[in-house]
Design a protein around this ligand. Structure first.
Ligand SMILES: Cc1cc2nc3c(=O)[nH]c(=O)nc-3n(C[C@H](O)[C@H](O)[C@H](O)COP(=O)(O)OP(=O)(O)OC[C@H]3O[C@@H](n4cnc5c(N)ncnc54)[C@H](O)[C@@H]3O)c2cc1C
Length: 355
Protein backbone atom coordinates (compact mmCIF):
# COMPACT_ATOMS: atom_id res chain seq x y z
CA UNK A 1 0.00 0.00 0.00
CA UNK A 2 1.16 3.50 -0.79
CA UNK A 3 2.68 5.73 1.90
CA UNK A 4 2.23 9.53 2.17
CA UNK A 5 4.02 12.30 4.08
CA UNK A 6 0.71 13.79 5.20
CA UNK A 7 -2.78 12.36 5.56
CA UNK A 8 -5.90 14.48 6.02
CA UNK A 9 -8.84 12.48 7.36
CA UNK A 10 -12.06 14.15 6.20
CA UNK A 11 -12.16 16.35 3.11
CA UNK A 12 -14.73 18.79 4.49
CA UNK A 13 -14.25 22.41 5.48
CA UNK A 14 -11.15 21.96 7.64
CA UNK A 15 -9.50 19.21 5.58
CA UNK A 16 -9.87 21.05 2.29
CA UNK A 17 -8.97 24.46 3.78
CA UNK A 18 -5.73 22.99 5.09
CA UNK A 19 -4.89 21.20 1.83
CA UNK A 20 -5.54 24.44 -0.10
CA UNK A 21 -3.43 26.53 2.28
CA UNK A 22 -0.51 24.06 1.98
CA UNK A 23 -0.88 23.86 -1.80
CA UNK A 24 -0.98 27.61 -2.52
CA UNK A 25 2.09 28.15 -0.31
CA UNK A 26 3.95 25.43 -2.21
CA UNK A 27 4.31 23.12 0.79
CA UNK A 28 3.25 20.13 -1.31
CA UNK A 29 5.78 20.48 -4.13
CA UNK A 30 8.03 17.80 -2.66
CA UNK A 31 5.67 16.19 -0.13
CA UNK A 32 2.79 13.78 -0.72
CA UNK A 33 -0.69 14.17 0.72
CA UNK A 34 -3.61 11.73 0.91
CA UNK A 35 -7.10 13.08 1.62
CA UNK A 36 -9.57 10.52 2.96
CA UNK A 37 -13.14 11.49 2.16
CA UNK A 38 -16.03 9.03 1.88
CA UNK A 39 -18.55 11.31 0.11
CA UNK A 40 -19.20 10.29 -3.50
CA UNK A 41 -19.66 13.84 -4.81
CA UNK A 42 -19.22 17.39 -3.60
CA UNK A 43 -22.25 19.63 -3.70
CA UNK A 44 -23.45 22.66 -1.77
CA UNK A 45 -24.43 21.43 1.70
CA UNK A 46 -23.72 24.39 3.99
CA UNK A 47 -23.70 28.18 4.06
CA UNK A 48 -20.78 29.38 6.19
CA UNK A 49 -21.27 32.89 7.57
CA UNK A 50 -19.16 35.05 9.85
CA UNK A 51 -17.92 38.58 10.44
CA UNK A 52 -14.78 39.08 8.36
CA UNK A 53 -12.44 40.07 11.19
CA UNK A 54 -9.44 38.60 9.43
CA UNK A 55 -8.53 37.91 5.76
CA UNK A 56 -9.11 34.42 4.32
CA UNK A 57 -8.57 32.57 1.03
CA UNK A 58 -12.21 32.44 -0.08
CA UNK A 59 -13.43 35.95 -0.90
CA UNK A 60 -14.31 34.69 -4.37
CA UNK A 61 -16.73 32.13 -2.85
CA UNK A 62 -18.64 34.80 -0.92
CA UNK A 63 -22.30 34.88 -1.85
CA UNK A 64 -22.95 38.21 -0.16
CA UNK A 65 -21.50 40.78 2.26
CA UNK A 66 -23.65 42.85 4.63
CA UNK A 67 -22.76 46.03 6.50
CA UNK A 68 -25.91 46.18 8.61
CA UNK A 69 -27.78 43.75 10.80
CA UNK A 70 -30.60 43.60 13.31
CA UNK A 71 -31.43 41.59 16.41
CA UNK A 72 -34.84 41.43 18.01
CA UNK A 73 -36.84 40.25 20.98
CA UNK A 74 -40.64 40.64 21.20
CA UNK A 75 -41.48 44.34 20.89
CA UNK A 76 -37.90 45.57 20.45
CA UNK A 77 -35.47 45.71 17.51
CA UNK A 78 -31.87 46.89 17.54
CA UNK A 79 -30.38 48.00 14.19
CA UNK A 80 -26.59 47.81 14.04
CA UNK A 81 -23.77 48.54 11.65
CA UNK A 82 -20.80 46.30 10.83
CA UNK A 83 -18.98 48.37 8.19
CA UNK A 84 -15.52 47.56 9.52
CA UNK A 85 -16.17 43.84 9.80
CA UNK A 86 -18.72 42.95 7.10
CA UNK A 87 -20.75 39.78 7.61
CA UNK A 88 -20.04 37.29 4.83
CA UNK A 89 -21.76 34.15 3.59
CA UNK A 90 -19.73 31.53 1.78
CA UNK A 91 -21.37 29.15 -0.67
CA UNK A 92 -19.91 25.72 0.20
CA UNK A 93 -20.54 24.51 -3.39
CA UNK A 94 -18.20 27.18 -4.78
CA UNK A 95 -15.69 26.53 -1.97
CA UNK A 96 -15.48 22.78 -2.74
CA UNK A 97 -15.20 23.44 -6.48
CA UNK A 98 -12.45 26.05 -6.14
CA UNK A 99 -10.35 23.87 -3.83
CA UNK A 100 -10.81 20.60 -5.70
CA UNK A 101 -9.89 22.25 -9.01
CA UNK A 102 -6.69 23.58 -7.46
CA UNK A 103 -5.73 20.32 -5.73
CA UNK A 104 -6.22 18.34 -8.97
CA UNK A 105 -3.27 20.24 -10.50
CA UNK A 106 -0.79 18.63 -8.09
CA UNK A 107 0.13 14.98 -8.72
CA UNK A 108 1.39 14.71 -5.13
CA UNK A 109 -2.20 14.93 -3.81
CA UNK A 110 -4.45 11.86 -3.93
CA UNK A 111 -7.99 11.20 -2.74
CA UNK A 112 -9.19 7.96 -1.13
CA UNK A 113 -12.55 6.91 0.23
CA UNK A 114 -11.26 4.94 3.21
CA UNK A 115 -8.20 5.07 5.44
CA UNK A 116 -7.63 1.31 4.97
CA UNK A 117 -6.64 2.02 1.35
CA UNK A 118 -3.29 3.55 2.39
CA UNK A 119 -0.39 2.81 4.70
CA UNK A 120 -0.40 5.61 7.27
CA UNK A 121 2.24 4.20 9.62
CA UNK A 122 4.86 6.85 8.83
CA UNK A 123 2.54 9.76 7.93
CA UNK A 124 1.67 12.89 9.86
CA UNK A 125 -2.10 12.86 10.28
CA UNK A 126 -4.54 15.79 10.36
CA UNK A 127 -7.85 14.39 11.55
CA UNK A 128 -11.16 16.22 11.11
CA UNK A 129 -13.53 13.41 12.12
CA UNK A 130 -14.71 14.22 15.64
CA UNK A 131 -15.07 11.61 18.34
CA UNK A 132 -18.16 12.59 20.26
CA UNK A 133 -19.08 10.96 23.54
CA UNK A 134 -22.86 10.98 23.79
CA UNK A 135 -24.11 12.70 26.91
CA UNK A 136 -27.58 13.95 27.73
CA UNK A 137 -25.96 16.99 29.38
CA UNK A 138 -24.24 18.28 26.27
CA UNK A 139 -25.56 21.38 24.55
CA UNK A 140 -25.86 21.65 20.77
CA UNK A 141 -26.74 24.37 18.32
CA UNK A 142 -29.12 22.54 16.00
CA UNK A 143 -30.83 24.13 13.07
CA UNK A 144 -32.50 23.86 9.72
CA UNK A 145 -32.50 26.51 7.03
CA UNK A 146 -34.22 26.92 3.68
CA UNK A 147 -33.39 29.23 0.81
CA UNK A 148 -36.56 30.70 -0.57
CA UNK A 149 -37.41 32.65 -3.68
CA UNK A 150 -40.41 34.95 -3.39
CA UNK A 151 -42.69 35.91 -6.30
CA UNK A 152 -42.54 39.61 -5.44
CA UNK A 153 -39.65 41.60 -4.04
CA UNK A 154 -39.86 41.36 -0.27
CA UNK A 155 -36.48 41.56 1.48
CA UNK A 156 -34.24 44.51 2.26
CA UNK A 157 -31.02 42.97 0.94
CA UNK A 158 -28.85 45.55 2.75
CA UNK A 159 -29.57 44.25 6.26
CA UNK A 160 -29.59 40.72 7.67
CA UNK A 161 -31.33 39.54 10.80
CA UNK A 162 -28.89 37.83 13.17
CA UNK A 163 -31.39 36.69 15.77
CA UNK A 164 -35.15 37.02 15.97
CA UNK A 165 -36.31 35.74 19.35
CA UNK A 166 -39.92 36.68 18.64
CA UNK A 167 -40.95 33.01 18.36
CA UNK A 168 -41.88 30.10 20.64
CA UNK A 169 -39.12 29.20 23.05
CA UNK A 170 -40.52 25.89 24.41
CA UNK A 171 -38.50 26.39 27.64
CA UNK A 172 -35.35 26.44 25.55
CA UNK A 173 -33.40 29.00 23.48
CA UNK A 174 -34.80 29.48 19.99
CA UNK A 175 -34.39 32.12 17.30
CA UNK A 176 -34.75 32.65 13.55
CA UNK A 177 -31.90 33.89 11.37
CA UNK A 178 -32.50 35.50 7.98
CA UNK A 179 -29.89 36.24 5.32
CA UNK A 180 -31.41 38.17 2.38
CA UNK A 181 -29.25 37.44 -0.67
CA UNK A 182 -31.38 39.68 -2.89
CA UNK A 183 -34.79 41.37 -2.80
CA UNK A 184 -36.51 38.05 -3.50
CA UNK A 185 -34.07 35.42 -2.19
CA UNK A 186 -33.14 34.64 1.39
CA UNK A 187 -31.95 31.90 3.71
CA UNK A 188 -34.36 31.53 6.64
CA UNK A 189 -33.11 29.34 9.45
CA UNK A 190 -34.67 28.07 12.67
CA UNK A 191 -32.00 27.62 15.36
CA UNK A 192 -32.13 26.00 18.80
CA UNK A 193 -29.55 26.01 21.57
CA UNK A 194 -30.44 22.98 23.61
CA UNK A 195 -29.82 19.35 24.43
CA UNK A 196 -30.24 17.51 21.17
CA UNK A 197 -32.09 14.55 22.65
CA UNK A 198 -35.17 16.76 22.77
CA UNK A 199 -36.79 15.65 19.51
CA UNK A 200 -39.85 17.81 20.21
CA UNK A 201 -37.87 20.74 18.74
CA UNK A 202 -37.19 19.01 15.44
CA UNK A 203 -40.41 19.86 13.64
CA UNK A 204 -38.21 22.26 11.68
CA UNK A 205 -40.34 22.31 8.50
CA UNK A 206 -43.43 23.37 10.44
CA UNK A 207 -41.49 26.05 12.36
CA UNK A 208 -40.04 27.52 9.17
CA UNK A 209 -43.37 27.44 7.30
CA UNK A 210 -45.15 29.23 10.15
CA UNK A 211 -42.39 31.84 10.43
CA UNK A 212 -42.37 32.59 6.72
CA UNK A 213 -46.13 32.64 6.29
CA UNK A 214 -47.40 34.02 9.60
CA UNK A 215 -44.50 36.11 10.89
CA UNK A 216 -42.88 37.43 7.72
CA UNK A 217 -46.29 37.25 5.97
CA UNK A 218 -44.92 35.85 2.71
CA UNK A 219 -47.50 33.84 0.79
CA UNK A 220 -45.93 33.13 -2.60
CA UNK A 221 -42.53 31.49 -2.38
CA UNK A 222 -40.55 28.43 -3.48
CA UNK A 223 -37.96 26.54 -1.46
CA UNK A 224 -34.83 26.21 -3.62
CA UNK A 225 -32.35 24.67 -1.14
CA UNK A 226 -32.35 23.19 2.35
CA UNK A 227 -29.61 22.60 4.94
CA UNK A 228 -29.71 21.04 8.36
CA UNK A 229 -27.05 20.55 10.99
CA UNK A 230 -25.98 20.38 14.59
CA UNK A 231 -22.85 22.01 15.99
CA UNK A 232 -21.57 20.60 19.30
CA UNK A 233 -21.28 23.33 21.95
CA UNK A 234 -18.63 21.27 23.75
CA UNK A 235 -15.23 20.02 22.72
CA UNK A 236 -15.05 16.55 21.11
CA UNK A 237 -12.62 14.03 22.65
CA UNK A 238 -9.01 14.91 21.80
CA UNK A 239 -6.38 12.29 22.56
CA UNK A 240 -2.83 13.60 22.39
CA UNK A 241 -0.93 11.43 19.92
CA UNK A 242 2.47 11.71 18.36
CA UNK A 243 2.25 12.50 14.63
CA UNK A 244 -1.45 13.39 14.73
CA UNK A 245 -3.39 16.57 15.33
CA UNK A 246 -7.08 17.26 15.10
CA UNK A 247 -8.48 20.05 12.95
CA UNK A 248 -11.91 21.61 12.40
CA UNK A 249 -14.73 20.79 14.80
CA UNK A 250 -12.69 17.78 15.96
CA UNK A 251 -9.79 20.11 16.75
CA UNK A 252 -11.85 22.42 18.99
CA UNK A 253 -12.21 25.20 16.40
CA UNK A 254 -15.82 25.99 17.33
CA UNK A 255 -16.44 29.03 19.49
CA UNK A 256 -18.75 27.38 21.97
CA UNK A 257 -20.98 30.35 22.78
CA UNK A 258 -21.81 31.00 19.11
CA UNK A 259 -21.05 27.94 16.98
CA UNK A 260 -18.82 30.05 14.69
CA UNK A 261 -16.07 27.79 13.35
CA UNK A 262 -15.22 28.75 9.75
CA UNK A 263 -12.72 31.57 10.39
CA UNK A 264 -11.06 29.68 13.24
CA UNK A 265 -10.50 26.81 10.81
CA UNK A 266 -8.84 29.26 8.40
CA UNK A 267 -6.56 30.62 11.13
CA UNK A 268 -5.66 27.07 12.23
CA UNK A 269 -4.79 26.13 8.60
CA UNK A 270 -2.51 29.16 8.38
CA UNK A 271 -0.82 28.23 11.68
CA UNK A 272 -0.21 24.66 10.47
CA UNK A 273 1.19 25.90 7.15
CA UNK A 274 3.58 28.29 8.96
CA UNK A 275 4.81 25.46 11.20
CA UNK A 276 4.56 22.52 8.82
CA UNK A 277 8.29 21.80 8.78
CA UNK A 278 8.25 21.19 12.53
CA UNK A 279 4.60 20.34 13.09
CA UNK A 280 5.19 17.41 15.53
CA UNK A 281 6.82 19.79 18.01
CA UNK A 282 4.56 22.82 17.52
CA UNK A 283 2.37 24.14 20.29
CA UNK A 284 -1.30 23.12 20.08
CA UNK A 285 -3.37 25.80 18.35
CA UNK A 286 -6.51 26.59 20.29
CA UNK A 287 -9.15 29.23 20.93
CA UNK A 288 -7.73 31.38 23.71
CA UNK A 289 -8.31 30.11 27.27
CA UNK A 290 -9.99 33.44 28.08
CA UNK A 291 -12.86 32.66 25.67
CA UNK A 292 -12.99 29.03 26.77
CA UNK A 293 -13.51 30.20 30.37
CA UNK A 294 -16.10 32.89 29.52
CA UNK A 295 -18.01 30.57 27.15
CA UNK A 296 -18.14 27.87 29.81
CA UNK A 297 -19.88 30.26 32.22
CA UNK A 298 -22.13 31.55 29.44
CA UNK A 299 -23.27 28.03 28.58
CA UNK A 300 -23.89 27.19 32.23
CA UNK A 301 -26.21 30.20 32.42
CA UNK A 302 -27.84 29.12 29.16
CA UNK A 303 -28.44 25.63 30.51
CA UNK A 304 -29.86 26.83 33.82
CA UNK A 305 -31.79 29.90 32.62
CA UNK A 306 -32.82 29.46 28.97
CA UNK A 307 -35.63 31.98 29.56
CA UNK A 308 -33.06 34.74 30.23
CA UNK A 309 -31.00 34.20 27.08
CA UNK A 310 -32.94 36.28 24.56
CA UNK A 311 -32.59 39.31 26.87
CA UNK A 312 -28.91 38.54 27.48
CA UNK A 313 -28.13 38.34 23.74
CA UNK A 314 -30.17 41.49 23.06
CA UNK A 315 -28.40 43.40 25.83
CA UNK A 316 -24.99 42.29 24.68
CA UNK A 317 -25.63 44.20 21.44
CA UNK A 318 -26.48 47.34 23.40
CA UNK A 319 -22.83 48.25 23.27
CA UNK A 320 -20.75 49.23 20.23
CA UNK A 321 -21.28 46.53 17.54
CA UNK A 322 -17.54 46.64 16.83
CA UNK A 323 -16.84 45.53 20.42
CA UNK A 324 -19.39 42.69 20.35
CA UNK A 325 -18.24 41.46 16.96
CA UNK A 326 -14.62 41.41 18.12
CA UNK A 327 -15.65 39.58 21.30
CA UNK A 328 -17.71 36.97 19.41
CA UNK A 329 -14.89 36.51 16.87
CA UNK A 330 -12.11 36.01 19.46
CA UNK A 331 -10.44 39.32 18.69
CA UNK A 332 -11.34 41.49 21.70
CA UNK A 333 -8.92 43.14 24.11
CA UNK A 334 -9.27 43.32 27.90
CA UNK A 335 -11.31 46.55 27.91
CA UNK A 336 -13.67 45.22 25.25
CA UNK A 337 -14.15 42.00 27.24
CA UNK A 338 -14.94 44.06 30.31
CA UNK A 339 -17.46 46.09 28.34
CA UNK A 340 -19.31 42.89 27.37
CA UNK A 341 -19.06 41.32 30.83
CA UNK A 342 -20.61 44.44 32.39
CA UNK A 343 -23.66 44.00 30.12
CA UNK A 344 -24.37 40.59 31.67
CA UNK A 345 -26.63 40.07 34.70
CA UNK A 346 -23.88 39.95 37.33
CA UNK A 347 -25.42 37.68 39.96
CA UNK A 348 -26.65 35.13 37.44
CA UNK A 349 -23.13 34.83 36.03
CA UNK A 350 -21.37 34.83 39.39
CA UNK A 351 -23.70 32.08 40.66
CA UNK A 352 -23.01 30.09 37.46
CA UNK A 353 -19.35 29.80 38.54
CA UNK A 354 -20.52 27.45 41.32
CA UNK A 355 -23.09 25.25 39.48
C1 LIG B 1 -25.27 23.03 8.06
C2 LIG B 1 -24.13 23.72 8.81
C3 LIG B 1 -24.00 25.10 8.72
C4 LIG B 1 -22.94 25.74 9.40
N1 LIG B 1 -22.84 27.11 9.31
C5 LIG B 1 -21.79 27.73 9.90
C6 LIG B 1 -21.64 29.13 9.77
O1 LIG B 1 -22.51 29.81 9.20
N2 LIG B 1 -20.52 29.72 10.30
C7 LIG B 1 -19.57 29.00 10.96
O2 LIG B 1 -18.56 29.58 11.38
N3 LIG B 1 -19.74 27.68 11.14
C8 LIG B 1 -20.81 27.02 10.64
N4 LIG B 1 -20.94 25.66 10.79
C9 LIG B 1 -19.99 24.97 11.67
C10 LIG B 1 -18.68 24.56 10.94
O3 LIG B 1 -18.10 25.65 10.28
C11 LIG B 1 -18.93 23.45 9.95
O4 LIG B 1 -19.47 22.34 10.59
C12 LIG B 1 -17.66 23.01 9.21
O5 LIG B 1 -18.06 22.26 8.12
C13 LIG B 1 -16.73 22.22 10.11
O6 LIG B 1 -15.67 21.75 9.35
P1 LIG B 1 -15.02 20.31 9.61
O7 LIG B 1 -14.04 20.09 8.57
O8 LIG B 1 -14.66 20.19 11.05
O9 LIG B 1 -16.26 19.29 9.40
P2 LIG B 1 -16.92 18.89 8.02
O10 LIG B 1 -16.97 20.05 7.11
O11 LIG B 1 -18.20 18.22 8.38
O12 LIG B 1 -15.91 17.83 7.41
C14 LIG B 1 -15.73 16.55 7.94
C15 LIG B 1 -15.55 15.61 6.74
O13 LIG B 1 -15.23 14.30 7.24
C16 LIG B 1 -15.85 13.37 6.39
N5 LIG B 1 -15.93 12.10 7.13
C17 LIG B 1 -16.91 11.66 7.95
N6 LIG B 1 -16.59 10.43 8.43
C18 LIG B 1 -15.38 10.12 7.93
C19 LIG B 1 -14.51 9.01 8.10
N7 LIG B 1 -14.82 7.99 8.88
N8 LIG B 1 -13.32 9.02 7.43
C20 LIG B 1 -12.97 10.06 6.63
N9 LIG B 1 -13.77 11.15 6.46
C21 LIG B 1 -14.95 11.17 7.09
C22 LIG B 1 -17.20 14.00 6.06
O14 LIG B 1 -17.77 13.44 4.89
C23 LIG B 1 -16.81 15.46 5.90
O15 LIG B 1 -16.53 15.79 4.57
C24 LIG B 1 -22.02 24.99 10.17
C25 LIG B 1 -22.21 23.61 10.30
C26 LIG B 1 -23.24 22.99 9.63
C27 LIG B 1 -23.41 21.50 9.81
Amino acid sequence: MKEFDYVIIGGGCAGLSLAYELEIHKKLNDKTLAIIEPRSEYKKDKTWSFWRVTPHNFDDCVKKNWKNFSINIPGKTNYLECKNFPYQSIDSGKFYEKINNKLKENKNISFFKDITEINKKNSFIFNSVPEIKKSHLNLWQHFCGVEIETKNNFFDEEIFNLMDFDCEQRESVHFFYTLPFSKNKALVETTWLSKINDSSQKDYDKQIKEYIEKHLKIKNYNITYKEEGAIPLFYPLYKKEKNKINIGTAGGMTRLSTGYTFLNIQEHSKYIRENIENISNSKKFEISKKYQFLDDIFLRVLSKHPEKMSGIFFNMFNTSPRTVIKFLSNKSNFLEDLNIILKMPKWTFIKALFY
